[in-house]
Design a protein around this ligand. Structure first.
Ligand code: UD1
Length: 416
């Protein structure tokens, strides 16, 4: 298992380009199952979550061709609707395949994805939506068997605006007969991207980005070429790293509207930000003001996927910040690791109270999950001395060679 060894204390200077969004690409790949013709996705990054999803698709019988940045997916000859136990347990996004498989083939079998480091992550809303469209679901011994003679559009009200459930129901509704309406749907930019992608194949989805999505079922989809949106979480990570470590960074290929909640916090704390077209320049010294309060919420609220990185910045900002994690019940695994590095943080239930300190010090820490890992990389670049981060595979799930990106900006990170 790879580790990172970081020699800290370096500012970040230079420019960096944001790759395409992992959380857009994963459901987009799943929705390729709906189409009998070849789909080409442009400019895709190399994240292990994406590779794993491609492996799942090829196990189902899809033909995958990967170029340097483009992926061609041909799902014409899918022969298998059962996802292997080990992979589907390991890869949470396997659940995205339920909707498309049932919609096209009338059956699907996956293992229950189970909990993970950030919380229990139930899938009841996914299943409730598929049932409403006419799927019979049999849950036994950790396996989910889905059958449907024919999916028929329905009105579905989500108790919570779950991103994954909204996407699964959208994908199932595309090949259902009649109209499906999702009320209290998630409004994340990745949902809009999925709508745009499916519509580029001839789907008829409207309303993504609002709390009501309407899907008119169509008989067939056709081939398409598509470029997914930039990754707003990576854009946010780079900005937060620049703010934490000090320096002058230019971040390219950002849709600033997607990270407005974060940019507002930067502005309120008096950071020097310059936004022009799809570029953001941030200049920061070592002295900075705390954000005061962070509450994670569904989009357009503050993203839970930036909570760990923001908390890392608060560790070295003047003042106190109260961070409340409202989405995932155990998403503070980075806190004990940051405390090892000298941070002053007290947690109670879903709240962390962070009192800024001037210095952090290198320590041996573990990347317990993807975003916790990127927060520790930021802390390691800031800290005095040497930091070793284990379980780097968790970071590779959603960042492509993060060490190379930060080294190009002046950090000193070795993968060993
Ligand atoms: C997606 C993102 C993830 C992000 C999260 C919230 C992808 C691949 N992942 O995850 O990075 O952190 O959105 O922005 O896009 N819930 C239920 N029942 C369900 C489904 C969800 O109770 O059936 C709960 C979850 O436990 C959680 C909350 O709803 O507390 C939000 O989860 P959800 O929006 O579904 O997140 P994901 O789609 O899993």
């Amino acid at each position: 298992m790879d580790k990172f060894v970081i020699n800290g204390g370096k500012p970040l200077v230079g420019s960096v380009c944001v790759p395409r969004s992992k959380n857009s690409i994963l459901p987009i790949l799943a929705s390729c199952v709906l189409c009998r013709e070849t789909v080409t996705l442009h400019d895709c990054p190399h994240f292990s979550d994406i590779d794993n999803m491609l492996e799942l698709l090829s196990i189902l019988g899809a033909k995958i061709e990967k170029g340097h940045k483009n992926i061609h997916i041909d799902c014409k000859n899918i022969t298998n609707c059962t996802l292997p136990d080990d992979l589907s347990k390991q890869i949470r996004s396997s659940i995205f395949l339920l909707g498309p498989l049932v919609a096209r083939f009338g059956c699907a079998r996956v293992s229950y994805p189970g909990g993970c480091e950030i919380g229990a992550r139930p899938i009841d809303l996914h299943l409730k939506g598929l049932k409403a469209l006419g799927t019979k679901i049999d849950e036994k011994y950790g396996k989910i068997d889905c059958y449907a003679h024919k999916l028929v559009g329905a009105d579905i009200h989500l108790d919570y605006p779950s991103v994954g459930a909204t996407e699964n129901i959208m994908m199932a509704g595309v090949l259902a007969t009649g109209t499906t309406r999702i009320f209290n749907s998630a409004k994340e930019p990745e949902i809009v991207d999925l709508q745009n992608f499916i519509n580029s194949m001839g789907g008829k989805i409207m309303g993504a980005g609002t709390d009501t999505i309407v899907i008119e079922g169509v008989g067939n989809l056709h081939s398409t070429e598509y470029t997914p949106i930039p990754d707003r979480i990576i854009a946010g990570t780079y900005l937060l790293a620049g703010a934490m470590c000090g320096g002058d960074i230019l971040i390219k290929n950002v849709d600033y509207a997607h990270i407005y909640s974060l940019l507002t916090k930067f502005k309120d704390a008096g950071f020097d930000l310059n936004i022009k077209d799809d570029n953001i320049r941030l200049r920061a010294g070592r002295e900075k003001k705390s954000f005061g309060k962070i509450d994670t919420m569904p989009y357009p609220g503050f993203p839970t996927d930036l909570q760990a990185q923001t908390l890392a910045l608060q560790c070295v900002s003047n003042g106190v910040c109260v961070v409340t994690e409202n989405l995932f019940e155990t998403r503070f695994k980075h806190v004990p690791e940051l405390i090892k590095m000298g941070a002053n943080i007290i947690t109670k239930d879903r709240t962390a109270i962070v009192t800024g300190v001037k210095d952090l010090y290198g320590a041996d820490v573990s990347a317990t999950d993807l975003r916790a890992g990127s927060a520790l990389v930021m802390a390691g670049i800031y800290a005095h001395g040497q930091t070793t981060i284990s379980n780097v595979h968790n970071i590779d799930r959603g960042y492509e060679s993060i060490e190379k990106v930060f080294n190009a900006l002046g950090a000193d990170i070795k993968r060993v």
